[in-house]
Design a protein around this ligand. Structure first.
Ligand code: FAD
Length: 381
């Protein structure tokens, strides 16, 4: 066992830090002005070799590891920039198509996800549910060489951007016990697709999360990803990977909050002494740092399982159960240390705290992850 980074990993970390230093301020300034992503955001990631990280070179990827990906996730999470969402989505959807797709699918859909010309989406949630696949109401009916999709997807990230998305629907061509969910790769500019405006969210400022309406949308049968009726397996594997990226970003956010809190503790004078010299605050900083370090190690352990092609679905649920409350608590403590300044938008910890709240809900809720982890443990897995 070795806790040191290889020269390549150190280089990836440096590239990530350089990207965050040079690009993120400009990206966030655009997003603050336009309440949306810069149109060339993905190309900027691609130029720095940050897309298709775990995708083979023959499909336009970098052929790197998920471990390297999460090194970047941590750095971008530290900035609090919402641009992390398209970074995650393009990487994870490209990886998913490579894992489940046919060669034709990989050749058609993956290179544009890696060069940044296609914005990926993954669409499961609907008005009636974000957790229960049995409650899905989007339907897919066969018609010649196509399926016709009808229904509404809710809270879908990057849905209104050009590119492809994986959409999950009840497959009406299957009957009886086989009646289940099928995953379709959909061109989001297909006739019959329309969108709501963005949701205004508590955090993740500028995210373009919206509803997607399907009215008789034709999708070729050739676009069925994986096995027909087995879409939920695809969703579960994708979401397990997404949880690790999300937790890495949350570790980054918590690290950012810790550093802000430490700086403020040295600068702010209370009763003639810097705040950090009061034992209560020193202890808070110690707790925060310990929590961040423990979470980071657990992220590394879990991502290594994915890179080593070992099962990572349950460990990634356990990861979320551990990291989300820890990271949220660290961000809360950072706000508390800042006093009223922490509650004001002038200080970065306010944004990091709001962002941290998404971790318990998005990419499967905390409760669902507790259920996955608890049931697996009871079953001896
Ligand atoms: C910024 C943002 C981006 C998003 N992006 C996407 C996206 O790209 N694609 C996508 O598909 N979705 C996306 N979502 C939706 C998100 O993943 C869902 O909202 C989330 O999974 C929760 O679903 P829900 O809101 O329907 O809650 P529900 O499923 O209605 O759950 C409500 C509450 O009940 C709890 N609960 C539900 N079922 C159980 C159970 N069996 N046992 C115990 N507790 C339970 C939940 O934990 C939660 O606390 C996004 C959401 C946000 C806010």
């Amino acid at each position: 066992m070795d806790f040191n980074f290889s020269p390549l990993e150190k280089m990836v970390q440096k590239t990530a830090r350089d990207f965050c230093e040079k690009e993120i301020t400009k990206i966030d300034a655009y997003m603050a002005e336009h309440n949306d992503y810069p149109p060339d955001l993905l190309q900027r990631f691609a130029k720095s070799r940050l897309l298709g990280m775990d995708v083979p070179k023959e499909f336009g990827g970098i052929g790197s590891t998920n471990f390297n990906l999460i090194l970047f996730a941590e750095e971008i999470g530290k900035t609090g920039s919402t641009s992390m969402l398209p970074f995650f989505m393009n990487n994870s959807v490209a990886e998913t198509i490579c894992y489940w797709g046919t060669d034709e699918m990989k050749q058609k859909f993956v290179p544009p996800l890696c060069d940044g010309s296609s914005w990926a989406s993954m669409a499961f949630t609907e008005p009636g549910t974000g957790s229960d696949p049995k409650a899905l109401t989007m339907v897919a009916e066969p018609d010649g060489d196509d399926f016709i999709l009808n229904g509404t997807k809710r809270f879908i990230s990057m849905a209104n951007k050009p590119g492809c998305g994986v959409f999950f629907a009840k497959d009406l061509s299957l009957t009886g016990s086989k009646k289940d969910t099928t995953a379709f790769i959909v061109d989001k500019s297909s006739p019959g697709i329309s969108f709501s405006g963005h949701y205004e969210l508590m955090g993740l400022d500028g995210a373009d999360t919206c509803d997607v309406f399907f009215k008789d949308v034709r999708v070729p049968k050739a676009n069925i990803l994986g096995e027909q009726g087995k879409g939920f397996k695809i969703l579960l594997r994708w979401i397990a990977g997404e949880r690790i990226q999300q937790c890495a970003a949350m570790v980054g956010g918590a690290q950012g909050a810790l550093e802000e809190a430490a700086r403020y503790s040295k600068e702010r004078v209370v009763g003639g002494f810097p705040l950090g010299f009061m034992q209560g605050f020193t202890w808070m900083l110690a707790e925060m740092k310990t929590k961040v370090d423990a979470c980071r190690l657990m992220v590394y352990r879990t991502i290594l399982l994915q890179d080593q092609k070992q099962p990572f679905e349950v460990p990634s649920a356990e990861l979320k159960v551990f990291v989300v409350p820890m990271a949220q608590e660290v961000c809360r403590m950072a706000v508390q240390i800042h006093g009223s300044y922490g509650y004001s938008k002038e200080y970065k910890v306010e944004k990091l705290f709001r962002n941290a709240m998404h971790g318990g809900i998005v990419a499967s809720s905390l409760e669902i992850n507790k259920t996955i982890a608890g049931m697996a443990y009871l079953a001896g897995r």
